[in-house]
Design a protein around this ligand. Structure first.
Ligand code: ATP
Ligand code: MG
Length: 473
């Protein structure tokens, strides 16, 4: 039997072991930590199972570490306790047996053995345990050949997969998420059961589903997860908008890109250059307006006019449907979806400084992310075309840099604001104030005047005179 005592380097393991020894309670480290230890992946949480009172083991271990009593968070309802120690979250639970009813993913629970506890785990690779008891400290307990599955990179359920997924359909999302995070494949029977039980996802809260989607989006190659979601029918249920991107229509022998596969390429490219979750969401949703705007015209072929505007409008609806917060992150995604065609439109040499300044103004501090998105959006079967566009795209970057250095538009606040105009001309908020503000801003963006107070002031005087306004101070 494999012994991993040497690998258990964190000091907590010996301390838990001694405490449990004094209490006469066998205990084990189990689940994600063991999996990640064997995969040599970093892991921030440790799960300890005690065959006995897990909460009491947590309390006594914390006391031995001289942690104050309130450092231990007890979740009575779940019979678990948790504290933080040396950068790790350590969770304790008594070994348990579970049984499920059809309408809930929360089982009824009774005390059980270590094996009972391993049986309730979702995948063989998540059911591995290492003993912390003195007699066999470090021994790997692997009832379902989880180690072999780790070596063969396979996700498999320990029990009947249909029952496993029907009992707790969140496991469907977890299977796909692990496949994506670890670049594993899903065992055939397990995959079929995901397909059969996908409809059960309806009893899972949107928040839990989104938490898994986020992990898929942050994995090294998110398309692994999304392709599995597509294959099993999960995509249709969870992200119907993305599912609608699939397919190619052909008229007069003219087809268009499959927008789902294009989106997957973009999402994968963003995953390589950024770990900003919201940029990943933007990549996933950037073409979401395409199905609605698709038209075929004999002269021009397939078009998706205004898909960026239609897509941007869909963003809040999608966020709401997924119960994601409608906050500044949503605004960011919406804005970037709206602007995603703009940088590429600047590729031509004839583009004016004014167009570049406008893009800087509209994108503000998100310009760098927008450029990453737009660059990732350049995909084609024709590699020469891609190379050519990427070269030209580099020119856009240069142009942006030169103009930003010269004009400082990125966080641009016009040098004269509404309040100043109202005070100078003795006005209440009204249409004229808006018009004057607008004229100044547009003149600066167009390069008609410089971005400074003196020139803005002169323009204000001329424009106010045209409106018949007189200064009161
Ligand atoms: P990560 O921490 O990366 O999300 P993890 O596998 O550690 O992955 P946790 O949510 O921390 O996931 O759960 C710890 C362990 O609890 C898992 O490894 C697994 O053994 C078990 N587990 C978690 N969720 C479920 C579930 N829905 N069904 C069955 N077992 C589960
Ligand atoms: Mg974990």
């Amino acid at each position: 039997m494999k012994n991993l005592a040497k690998e258990l380097q964190h000091p907590i393991f010996r301390i838990v072991s001694e405490t449990a020894g004094q209490m006469g309670v066998p205990c084990y480290v189990i689940g994600g930590f063991v999996r990640d230890l064997l995969l040599r992946r970093p892991c921030k949480d440790i799960d300890i199972v005690a065959v006995g009172d897990g909460v009491e083991l947590a309390r006594q271990t914390a006391a031995r570490l001289n942690l104050p009593e309130q450092a231990v968070n007890v979740f009575k309802h779940y019979g678990t306790a948790m504290f933080r120690y040396e950068n790790m979250e350590i969770e304790f639970v008594g070994a348990r047996k579970e049984s499920y009813s059809p309408d809930s993913r929360n089982p009824s629970v009774t005390a059980g053995t270590l094996e009972d506890d391993q049986f309730r785990r979702d995948f063989t690779i998540n059911a591995l345990a290492i003993s912390l008891s003195e007699a066999d400290y470090g021994t790997l307990l692997d009832p379902f050949q989880g180690l072999e599955d780790l070596q063969h990179k396979i996700i498999r359920t320990p029990l009947d997969p249909e029952k496993t997924f029907s009992d707790d359909p969140l496991r469907i999302m977890r299977a796909i998420r692990f496949a994506s995070q670890l670049n594993f494949s899903i065992d055939m029977k397990t995959l079929e059961a995901i397909h059969t039980e996908a409809h059960r996802l309806e009893i899972v809260s949107k928040e839990r589903i989104v938490a898994e989607l986020n992990k898929i989006l942050l994995s090294r190659k998110p398309s692994v997860g999304f392709t599995l979601m597509d294959l099993t029918g999960v995509l249709d249920l969870v992200l119907p908008w993305v599912s609608k991107l699939k397919g190619v229509e052909s008229i007069n022998n003219q087809g268009h890109k499959d927008n789902f596969y294009h989106t997957m390429e973009v999402v994968d490219k963003i995953a390589i250059v950024s770990d900003n979750l919201w940029l990943c969401w933007t990549a996933l949703l950037h073409d979401i307006g395409k199905p609605q705007t698709k038209r075929y015209q004999p002269e021009t072929g397939w078009t998706f006019h205004q898909h960026e505007a239609v897509g941007a409008k869909m963003v809040p609806k999608i966020f709401r449907a997924l119960k994601m917060p409608l906050n500044e992150k949503m605004d960011y995604v919406k804005k970037l979806v709206y602007l995603h065609l703009r940088p590429i439109a600047l590729v031509e040499d004839s583009v004016t400084d004014s167009a570049v300044r406008r893009l800087l103004f509209d994108a503000g501090d998100d310009i760098d992310d927008l450029m990453l998105l737009c660059e990732a959006d350049i995909t084609s079967k024709n590699q020469e075309k891609v190379k050519h566009l990427l070269r030209n795209f580099e020119h856009v970057r240069q142009k942006l840099k030169i103009i930003e250095e010269k004009d400082r538009i990125r966080n641009f606040q016009p040098p004269i604001d509404g309040l100043y105009i109202m005070q100078k001309y003795g006005l209440q908020p009204c249409k004229e104030v808006g018009m004057l503000k607008n004229t100044i801003r547009e003149a600066i963006l167009d390069g008609v005047i410089g971005n400074n107070f003196e020139e803005a002031y002169r323009l204000l005087e001329t424009e106010a005179a045209k409106l018949g306004l007189k200064a009161v101070q």
